[in-house]
Design a protein around this ligand. Structure first.
Ligand code: GTP
Ligand code: MG
Length: 203
């Protein structure tokens, strides 16, 4: 799929204020600093469409981006950021949770997992929560440029092995690197196939 246009639409903390159009949307979620905003920039080919930072906790709002004037990408705050206060964490969790529970335009979530690490409980809990709430998702492993190809395969196998204990059938997954643009074609093709299924008239 060619990205012909990518524009920022709106940021907010309240799911009821998200765009009211019925365009299908795809949301990026995962631990703070995992690379959600970088991935959105990589996919759209726009260097600073979504704001990124080396410090966790950069994205604090629900951000909508309109792609090819026909569908939305959504950049969300990360979960599991230890340095915010308990109260801030609760507010965060609340609006992220209500985004997933209430946003009927959401077609699929992409849950980002840093490929370097062992499976983390917070991610497994979040995947379980998505499942319990019947929210479709695919997994996106990030920062693949940080590992050798052989190690990438080992880490992915180990992750899917752990997931198979709580999940059936296993979700689709992608291996990506925003710095090397790995996985771009595959992810865009995945979204394109869903949009085509939805009979979306794309520009
Ligand atoms: P929050 O908004 O804080 O939740 O973070 P985020 O998940 O949006 O992460 P962001 O895209 O801001 O990236 C966090 C850091 O990881 C930045 O320093 C990025 O440059 C780096 N990063 C993101 N993707 C990659 C990648 O594919 N490879 C490498 N090497 N670094 C990456
Ligand atoms: Mg971000």
């Amino acid at each position: 799929m060619l990205i012909r246009s990518a524009e920022f639409v709106v940021s907010n903390q309240d799911v009821s204020k998200c765009p009211s159009s019925n365009l299908p949307e795809y949301a990026f979620i995962g631990r703070s600093n995992v690379g959600k905003s970088s991935l959105i920039n990589m996919l759209t080919g726009r260097k600073s469409l979504a704001k990124t930072s080396g410090r966790p906790g950069k994205t604090q709002l629900i951000n909508h981006f309109l792609i090819n004037k026909s569908w939305h990408l959504v950049d969300l705050p990360g979960y599991g950021y230890a340095r915010v206060s308990k109260k801030a964490k609760k507010t965060f969790q609340k609006f992220i949770t209500s985004y997933f529970e209430k946003r009927s335009q959401l077609v699929s979530a992409f849950v980002l997992i840093d490929i370097r690490h062992e499976p983390q409980q917070i991610d497994l809990d979040f995947l379980t929560w998505l499942g319990q709430n019947h929210i479709p998702f695919a997994i996106v492993f990030t920062k693949a440029d940080k590992l050798k190809p052989k190690t990438i395969d080992q880490h992915v196998d180990a992750y899917m092995q752990v997931l198979s204990q709580i999940w059936e059938p296993l979700p689709d997954y992608f291996i990506t690197s925003s710095s090397k643009r790995t996985g771009r074609k595959e992810l865009l093709a995945y979204i394109d196939a869903i949009n085509t299924d939805l009979n979306l008239n794309q520009e």
